[in-house]
Design a protein around this ligand. Sequence first.
Ligand SMILES: Cc1cc2nc3c(=O)[nH]c(=O)nc-3n(C[C@H](O)[C@H](O)[C@H](O)COP(=O)(O)OP(=O)(O)OC[C@H]3O[C@@H](n4cnc5c(N)ncnc54)[C@H](O)[C@@H]3O)c2cc1C
Length: 456
Amino acid sequence: MIHPIYGKHFDVLVVGGGVSGCAAALAAARSGASVLVVEQNGYLGGSLTGCGVGPMMTFHAGDKQVIKGIMQELVETLNARGMSTGHVPDTKQYTSTITPFSAEGLKLILDEKLHEADCTVLFHTFLGAVEAADGKIKALTLCNKDGMNHVSAKIYIDATGDGDLATWAGEEMAKGRPEDGAAQPMTMKMKYCGVDTARLKDWVLNHPERFPKLAPHFSIFRQDVPVDLEGFDEEFRRAKEEGKLSIRRENVLMFATGRPGEYIINTTRIVDHDATDAMSLSDAERIGRQQCAELDQFLRSFVPGFEHALVEFTGPSVGVRGSRQLVGRYTLTADDILNCTAFPDRIAHSAYPIDIHNPKGEGTASTFMSKPGTYYSIPYSIMVGRRTENLLVTGRCVSASFEAQAAIRTTPTVGSLGQAAGTAAAMAAAAGCPVWEVDVPKLQQALCSQGAYLEI
Ligand SMILES: Cc1cc2nc3c(=O)[nH]c(=O)nc-3n(C[C@H](O)[C@H](O)[C@H](O)COP(=O)(O)OP(=O)(O)OC[C@H]3O[C@@H](n4cnc5c(N)ncnc54)[C@H](O)[C@@H]3O)c2cc1C
């Protein structure tokens, strides 16, 4: 017998249960919409739970918190249960604060919050096809243990990270850098347990010349806050010269999760692969795990504190920084970020800088706003396509240039975008209007009344 959800016409259907999709689903459901979430994994959280990403960075511009709302609610719930340290100073001061958390904790509280909000969640379900005509999505074909079935809704939200839904609905999409289409590299994360933090910190503090980015902030590093550390360049170079490391990076980047001895290693680099090409993505998983195996030897041989540490897991899936971007009603640019364009239709703020991992090899280029403590605005129109009246796109695949996406892709920011998309979707569903006719001042008021930080 076919399950009744396949016959139900939902108000809002969210494809992708990452942090942007979850925030969208919660916001839509709390605004009174009936919501279906479709997720290919067996858990929520996307990159934060399925690719080992962490910490969340950043909620702050200097001392000022510029991201609140649902993302802040998640942090407070995690923190109250001992599953996050809350916002702590960034030992490297790349951003003013970072927010370590337990990925297992996040899975659990996302389940709870979406369940409490009465969202229907279909796990282990992949978007297979989109039926669109006359500028409207009519239905989606889903593939799961029930076989192939159709679902439909008034408003659809693409929170797949890769823009799968928008692409198949016929929206124009861009990919990678304009000059060659190359995307930022993918990274297979590793999570370690049993790292001797005291030994690691001691070694670093005794070798300030080896950590030029960190040394000016040793007063923070000495405190009892989770480590954000980049270095071991000499050892890394030597291992590459000796053919023991094939990673196109120049050093090790690591973050403590806040749990004793647990670290995330953000160091592998898979270049020249395309996350929207199934064979290329499959190859990236294999290469990522191979690089992790090399890195494990390296860390245990050359990084003090890792001698007896153990790999908890890789991935589980390779992390994708960027793939397709919507070409929407507006495309956010690097200038908008660096000059803090005051968009009348702003729906979120962020202070994360432009952070580009070299798509072709070594090096990471960061461009910061001119003054510390500066934050920028993000407009609603980057989530609105040009053709499909009942589709919003949120998360890391919104309409943004290669550089701008490299700033707004991090999790507090994409969560805020999700909250705005979900609220707008519920409004459009209730009004029966195209998403580009949503009353933006009302949307802004609604976001403020939900506790989002928004300067209007
Ligand atoms: C290596 C790496 C390091 C990073 N480091 C940080 C960091 O330190 N701090 C930080 O804040 N951010 C970091 N980021 C950025 C951040 O993790 C992501 O940009 C952000 O999580 C994107 O959220 P999202 O909801 O847009 O997409 P995702 O988290 O990618 O979620 C998309 C969801 O959609 C599902 N999905 C996709 N396609 C389909 C489909 N066709 N059918 C059904 N389901 C589908 C996926 O399974 C997934 O759950 C990092 C990213 C990477 C890759």
